[in-house]
Design a protein around this ligand. Structure first.
Ligand code: 5HM
Length: 171
């Protein structure tokens, strides 16, 4: 039987949910009490893109209103760990300077055996920690190097597909 022509092929086959991590408290402007729009943009662009394709996105920045409704440490830590466990894929911006919370989350995602995509600033690779640069030696990690994440969405999709396919091939 042939597939109907009018049904679009999924951009990320088999991916129903993504946890999107990245720098948070270091980006909250203390006067405004929230992240400025410019630093929200990589998150909003990726969230919108994934959700347009029917993928559920777990993201603490949006959940906590970009810093305006920050959760208590014990609450967000437990929730993030559960959501990373529930997500099909883990995508993170490790950050320069490094985001402490994101680094803990990268450890969880790798220990949980998730397909991982790390969004790195192009040309600044050597500024990332050794255990970030070496994470692909112990986990299924694809790196995307970009200066502007918003214009690298197709590269992020391709990296997710590679990570998911590599993990499936090992199963
Ligand atoms: O240390 P930093 O704030 O940059 O940590 C960011 C990461 O920790 C995010 O990926 C987010 O998932 C999680 N986080 C959170 O869920 C962090 C904070 C504050 O540190 C928070 N909720 N309130």
């Amino acid at each position: 039987m042939t597939a109907p022509l009018n049904v679009p092929r999924p951009v990320l086959p088999g991916v129903n949910s993504i946890f999107l991590a990245g720098p948070f408290m270091g980006l909250v402007n203390s006067a405004a009490g929230r992240m400025p729009d410019a630093v929200c943009r990589p998150f909003t662009v990726l969230i919108e893109h994934f959700e347009q394709h029917g993928i559920h996105v777990y993201n603490a920045h949006r959940r906590e209103a970009w810093g305006e409704e920050v959760m208590a440490p014990a609450e967000c830590t437990a929730l993030d760990q559960k959501e990373i466990g529930d997500a099909d894929v883990f995508v993170a911006i490790p950050g320069i300077p490094p985001s402490p919370g994101t680094h803990i989350e990268m450890g969880w995602a790798s220990a949980f055996g998730k397909p991982i995509v790390l969004l790195m600033e192009e040309g600044r690779e050597e500024e990332y920690g050794f255990l970030v640069r070496g994470l692909d030696s112990v986990a299924t990690v694809e790196f995307v190097y970009a200066t502007d994440i918003a214009s690298a969405v197709a590269d992020v999709d391709a990296a997710i597909r590679r990570a998911v396919n590599r993990l499936r091939a090992c199963a």
